[in-house]
Write a protein that binds this ligand. Structure first.
Ligand code: CTP
Length: 244
């Protein structure tokens, strides 16, 4: 098995004549940890590059009629709730420079839109964001950089209550029930154990401007190195990992 770092080196920077392959960043972390804010800030700062965001949430499986009747018993925080094969296929295509159609998921109906998709075009940087993007090894192996957004559980629960009641049509008691029954156990069982795969751990999420600046600086170096390799094909690119 090749390590993710070895994959990143060989796929992104080794062949000077190969067409430029996008840099894939995984952003994981617990529910309402601020993953989206971190991604938005990276996208904003990399305004001179083509950057696309793909949400793991888009690959939630739609519920069957039977599952919908007992939606309170459905575990949306288990890896099986996602169509990981489809997610993998989508990221592989984007990495190969192809455009893809990403499903549109509705958190109120627990369904995907049956007739509309979001077109995501080829780009320089692909950001894949979601609670379980580090869970599957094949998905992990596609990533050149892995970021874990580490935010206190009480902060995350407070944000989750606000978001689910305001944006996702839930009431407070159902949010708390779901949190205790599924969200917290799955965080402890799947999300937290996947933190060990991260190259960078960001405390306090989107508030951490220093961390975002350092990540963007690193990305600029990596994106620039690809161009350097084209000019100096024998240049040796040093891989490094860092933690903030
Ligand atoms: N979920 C849900 N109902 C669904 C599908 C998913 O309640 N029909 C919940 C799951 O319980 C899971 C969460 O959605 O915990 C995943 O979304 P989350 O990571 O919280 O959303 P983001 O906006 O990506 O989070 P962040 O605030 O970190 O950006």
């Amino acid at each position: 098995l090749r390590s993710p770092t070895a994959t990143a080196t060989s796929t992104a920077f080794s062949d000077a004549n190969a067409p430029r392959q996008p840099f894939v960043i995984g952003v994981s972390g617990g529910t309402a940890s601020g993953k989206t804010t971190v991604c938005d800030m990276i996208i904003q700062q990399l305004h001179d590059h083509r950057v696309v965001l793909v949400n793991q949430d888009s690959f939630y499986r739609g519920l069957t009629t039977e599952e919908l009747k007992r939606v309170h018993e459905y575990n949306f925080d288990h890896p099986d709730a996602f169509d990981t094969e489809q997610l993998l296929d989508c990221i592989e295509k984007l990495r190969d420079g192809q455009s893809v159609q990403v499903p549109i998921y509705d958190f109120k109906r627990h369904q995907r839109s049956s007739n509309s998709f979001r077109q995501v075009n080829a780009s320089d940087v692909i950001i894949l964001e979601g609670i379980l993007v580090f869970h599957d090894q094949c998905v992990r192996n596609l990533m050149n950089m892995k970021i874990f957004v580490d935010t206190d559980a009480d902060m995350r629960l407070a944000r989750r209550i606000r978001r689910d009641t305001v944006e996702r049509g839930r009431d407070v008691s159902s949010v708390l029930e779901q949190y205790a029954k599924f969200v917290k156990p799955a965080f402890d069982g799947f999300v937290l154990p996947s933190k060990k795969y991260a190259d960078v751990i960001i405390p306090r999420g989107g508030e951490n401007h220093v961390a975002i600046d350092l990540i963007v600086q690193h990305l600029r170096t990596k994106l620039g190195q690809h161009d350097l390799c084209k000019i100096y094909p024998n240049a040796y690119v040093v891989q490094s990992t860092f933690q903030i």
